[in-house]
Design a protein around this ligand. Structure first.
Ligand code: UD1
Length: 320
């Protein structure tokens, strides 16, 4: 493993969002000075209550699609973590233009900011959705890409733009392909991940809604593991130019997830029901973590069920 670099000024896009707000916490703990940028469309200021008390943190309320975005920050920037995105497959099928604007045009704007600041590191949070339904699992990073939704296509484009900026300007990106990330602060709406939806349905005694037969599988990784690995990637010279999966280690059927969550809420009167499968849905998704553990020396540390307990108790204490 190569030596550590001393990057100190970080920009985090999407800072008020689920994953990025945890990354902000971690960077501040490590002594970074952090500029968070967020348009607060889906992100919540509540996620930044602690950082906003810290003099090493400032929040800029700005949209990455804004033409003036590349010139927004006047301070020096060592590293940019680009997490601002629309993360919903469903919304991308309903509104592909909005998703393209945010995830593709927005990424080019953030890359322009990176180029103008001559950043040492550009870290892109991409998605396992880029693989579609691969022939073999767990899927490895060199597997051919196959977008099944506009969301997946937008993430492939964001990756390609990042690589092109690396080739042109030498700011070699680190690309993380996140699998299904879960944990406290994940938004609960029809466009959010399945875990917050199921937990909140269970807590509110509503039907737990499985899309399709529920035999599709996912591999969930707890948010603290994700931000730890993302940070490590930004600090290691060997990670530069790498594309790395961040996946959980177990495959879970959505049907079993529904049962697991219902059992964790013993007083819930929810029923598990089925509705139509989702357009553009991936059937099975789990990533190989071989390259990630080689490059970063990292493996996930939070067992799925304990992550689920931490998440459920967070939602319990945040019910309106
Ligand atoms: C998720 C992330 C995406 C990320 C990708 C990486 C969200 C919203 N999506 O997509 O950003 O890039 O992982 O792999 O966080 N389901 C139900 N009932 C529901 C909701 C969902 O059965 O009420 C099913 C879906 O049909 C799907 C599975 O649960 O089969 C997972 O859905 P979701 O949590 O939305 O995640 P992905 O589409 O895998």
């Amino acid at each position: 493993m190569a030596g550590l670099t001393m990057t100190k000024n970080a920009v985090v896009t999407g800072a008020a969002g689920f994953i990025a707000s945890h990354l902000v916490d971690l960077l501040l703990d490590k002594g970074f000075s952090v500029i968070g940028i967020d348009n607060l469309r889906t992100g919540s200021i509540q996620n930044l209550v602690e950082p906003l008390k810290n003099s090493n943190f400032q929040l800029l309320k700005e949209d990455i699609c804004n033409k003036r975005f590349p010139d927004l920050v006047k301070e020096d920037i060592d590293v940019i973590f680009h997490l601002a995105a629309i993360s919903s497959v469903l919304l991308s099928v309903e509104n592909p233009i909005l998703v393209n604007d945010t995830n593709v045009v927005g990424t080019v704007n953030v890359l322009e900011m990176a180029r103008k600041h001559d950043v040492e590191r550009f870290v892109l949070s991409s998605s396992a959705a880029v693989y579609g339904n691969p022939e073999s699992l767990p899927v490895r990073e060199e597997t051919a890409l196959n977008p099944l939704s506009p969301y997946a296509a937008s993430k492939i484009s964001a990756e390609m733009y990042s690589i092109s900026y690396g080739n042109l300007y030498g700011m070699t990106p680190i690309i993380f392909r996140y699998f299904n990330v879960f944990g406290p602060r994940q938004e609960n709406s029809e466009y959010s991940g399945v875990i917050p939806i199921f937990i909140n349905q269970g807590l509110q005694n509503n039907d737990i809604t499985i899309e399709g037969d529920g035999r599709q599988t996912r591999s969930f990784i707890f948010v603290n593991d994700v931000v730890e690995a993302t940070y490590l990637g930004s600090q290691l010279n060997d990670a530069s130019g790498q594309i790395l999966n961040l996946s959980g280690t177990d495959s879970i059927r959505i049907l079993d997830l529904a049962r697991l969550i219902k059992n964790r809420i013993p007083d819930s009167t929810s029923n598990i029901v089925h509705r139509d499968a989702r357009e553009g849905d991936v059937k099975d998704s789990i990533g190989s973590m071989e390259r990630t553990s080689e490059v970063l020396g990292f493996s996930p540390t939070v067992p799925f069920e304990s992550g689920l307990d931490r998440t459920a108790s967070w939602y319990r204490s945040h019910l309106d």
